[in-house]
Design a protein around this ligand. Sequence first.
Ligand code: GLC
Ligand code: MG
Length: 423
Amino acid sequence: MERLTSPPRLMIVSDLDHTMVDHHDPENLSLLRFNSLWENAYRHDSLLVFSTGRSPTLYKELRKEKPLLTPDITIMSVGTEITYGNSMVPDHGWVETLNNKWDLGIVREEAGKFSEELKLQSETEQRPHKISFYVDKSKAQEVTKELSQRLEKRGLDVKIIYSGGMDLDILPQGAGKGQALAYLLKKLKTEGKLPVNTLACGDSGNDAELFSIPDVYGVMVSNAQEELLKWHAENAKDNPKVIHAKERCAGGIIQAIGHFKLGPNLSPRDVSDFLECKTENANPGHEIVKFFLFYERWRRGEVENCEAYTASLKASCHPGGVFVHPSGTEKSLRDTIDELSKYHGDKQGKKFRVWADQVLATDTTPGTWIVKLDKWEQSDDERRCCTTTVKFTSKEGEGLVWEHVQQTWSEQSEVKDNSSWII
Ligand code: GLC
Ligand code: MG
């Protein structure tokens, strides 16, 4: 958050499973569309917040399976754990507020009396301020009612949330995704960084609270669960700030950005002749996203193998420009583009995707931009990541010139294989 010197233009607070992530789309297309939109138009001045029911363990597993961006803030375990930045620094202040009228032992003891109806979820999902079970749809309401009465009698103040037609979470009353968001907004406000707009995105019961936080826009994705739609019909039907999208998952988030006019909503992935699309002002983030998208399409054989493309790329590289490959080999940038020609369509019909994460540009010297990003490449079931630094120069009225590109294997990369890693 420190990187922002003024209030974020947009803060997206999104659930992951079945909202940001479409588990029915093995190609992850809507997620990849969202990713390039975010890195292209929002990363530099906005905040991305993931708010998931998953524990840190299962959240990290999902990050390995899906091409998720790195959020600025991660809220896990249904709003009971908040962490900041890449290194996920925990918010200890938040945890303290959750101890009020909460006692794990008592909750376990009382819930244990419903052994017929409640089946404990895996150990990883049991957290200091969250106890989770599976429950049959037909039993959910009745168990919720009886259990809350019992816990109240024992002096606790809890919240019981039913999600996804099968999960039952017990949390302190002050916890939950909505309360965590309210806490975050308050914290940002005291730091003078209250977002200009906030958009909450969700699909299931534990997301309902997100849609009742004042001044927050909300989108229930098209595939939202019955329990969320029911909550909406009973509680927020007349709130024009909350919509039920027509599109699934991340597609619905993009749709909501457009609907509420929160900023650009055209994903670079939805533009086919993007090499032609020039922005008015030199925008290094845009240049990066555009290039790596071209690179993906080139290797997938989705763009024509035509000289004009490589010629235009070479023209945007400085004649003396150098590329330092993660293996340590140095090559001229123009030779690297020539080499790319040989790889046209080599990933055709294969699972091959490229995405940029955390694209951040600084312009300490006028006319020069240093852009840092994580460049990810997925090829079949193997994922590689390079920390990439690009130096651009820009001249008045002309586009950006690629001066220097340097890549090193990122710690996040499970595989550090130099073969067929072109740029
Ligand atoms: C996630 C969590 C699970 C929780 C559910 C609903 O799936 O892993 O523990 O019950 O979200 O909040
Ligand atoms: Mg969900």
